[in-house]
Design a protein around this ligand. Structure first.
Ligand SMILES: NC(=O)C1=CN([C@@H]2O[C@H](COP(=O)(O)OP(=O)(O)OC[C@H]3O[C@@H](n4cnc5c(N)ncnc54)[C@H](OP(=O)(O)O)[C@@H]3O)[C@@H](O)[C@H]2O)C=CC1
Ligand SMILES: O=C(CO)COP(=O)(O)O
Length: 345
């Protein structure tokens, strides 16, 4: 059994702590808010984020130094925008033989870095090859109830991915490995944009046909960009690709879907984010993906439309009309060309 520090005591950090504690590991759940630490240790609950009682093996910590003392694994589960700040604080405290796993789903605007790239840039002793990502269709609310869930872990260093798999796998939380960290991270980040779109579509009152169209054509543009950026296109057919896309576009648990739904009903972005109280990763990721698409000359009409709604003041209904009135085309043409390019090299 391992000593594990989970950094970030929101919904997902708490749910992953439950999985680890159920597997018999000693879990130190670190929060940057001292009052939350006291509440968790006194009540064994984290009601702000999840409606469950926490196992006794989970102890909350406010001191990063104390949380990290003697651990063999850390799991970083803060929103993408907090990753660099948390990693900077780890330098000087972290030993160099610790397995680093992250479970965040985002891309950094401007630098266009994936989370594993950001972590290795900040942690002096940890090259990108050593970082592990955990991703897949996994709403915290259901994981906390021990409902059957499947995820993928990936690292360039397969030994580390195997460590992560053995650490988390259980009879309710099934963990696969993948060697394609680019595909696994991009699938998890980019699906949030399409989930915003699915929420907007539902908020506008459109039905299942529209949502199926968004999921399918959304997957096509995720695969187009991801393949161009070096991912294995097959990864987008896996748990961290279409699996997570389905769950996030169709579940009321999804914060991205919920935020989109309010936008579709006519609320503005600031009011929506104030109401959410939890991270809506797709809002920042759409900036990054839009920039990526421009730079890589990849067509991403849904991402462009979501960018127009969020940041350019375009009405959701006008974006739907724009998408439905694009020029006629063959369904698979861009992806087929990309695959031909890839496999003729
Ligand atoms: N929720 C889910 O079902 C899933 C989430 N994820 C991913 O996990 C990541 C975290 O999401 P989730 O837990 O849901 O988000 P939440 O909004 O539920 O919680 C985020 C947590 O991070 C803390 N935090 C924010 N900024 C900092 C900081 N600078 N330093 C330290 N702690 C900080 C927050 O503290 P505070 O309370 O003070 O705001 C909060 O405890 C995201 O990338 C998300 O996409 C992945 C799979 C499933
Ligand atoms: O990634 C998730 C489920 O796999 C959670 O999605 P949301 O961030 O939209 O809630």
């Amino acid at each position: 059994m391992e000593k594990v520090a989970v950094l970030g005591a929101g919904s997902w950090g708490t749910a992953l702590s439950i999985v680890l504690a159920d597997n018999g590991h000693e879990v130190r759940l670190w929060s940057h808010r001292e009052n939350q630490v006291d509440i968790i240790n006194e009540t064994h609950r984290n009601d702000q984020y999840l409606d469950v009682t926490l196992p006794e093996q989970i102890e909350a910590y406010a001191s990063l130094e104390a949380a990290l003392s003697g651990v063999s694994v850390i799991v970083i589960v803060v929103p993408t925008k907090a990753i660099r700040e948390v990693c900077k604080a780890l330098n000087g405290i972290l030993k160099d033989n610790v397995t680093i796993i992250h479970a965040a789903k985002g891309i950094e605007p401007v630098t266009l870095k994936r989370v594993s790239e950001m972590i290795s840039e900040e942690l002096e002793a940890y090259p990108e090859e050593d970082i592990v990502v955990l991703s897949g269709p996994s709403h915290a609310e259901e994981v906390a109830l021990r409902h059957p869930t499947t995820v993928t872990v990936s690292s360039i260093n397969s030994h580390n991915a195997n460590i992560a798999q053995s650490l988390f796998i259980s009879d309710t939380f099934r963990v696969y490995t993948s060697p394609d960290i680019i595909g696994v991270e991009l699938g998890g980040a980019l699906k949030n944009i399409i989930a915003l779109g699915a929420g907007i579509s539902d908020g506008l009152g459109y039905g299942d046909n529209a949502k199926a169209a968004l999921i399918t054509r959304g997957l096509a543009e995720i695969a187009r960009l991801g393949t161009k950026l070096g991912a294995n296109p097959l990864s987008f057919l896996g748990l961290s690709g279409v699996g997570d896309l389905i769950v996030t576009c169709t579940s009321v648990h999804s914060r991205n879907w919920r935020a989109g739904n309010l936008l579709g009903k006519g609320l503005n972005l600031d009011d929506v984010l104030n109401q959410m109280g939890m991270v809506v990763e797709g809002v920042r990721t759409v900036k990054a993906a839009y920039q990526f698409a421009e730079e890589q000359d990849v067509e991403m009409p849904i991402t462009t439309g979501i960018h127009q709604i969020l940041f350019e003041g375009k009405a959701p209904k006008d974006v739907v009309d724009q998408l439905m009135n694009r020029t006629k085309r063959e369904e698979m043409d861009d992806l087929a060309l990309l695959l031909m390019e890839r496999y003729s090299q």
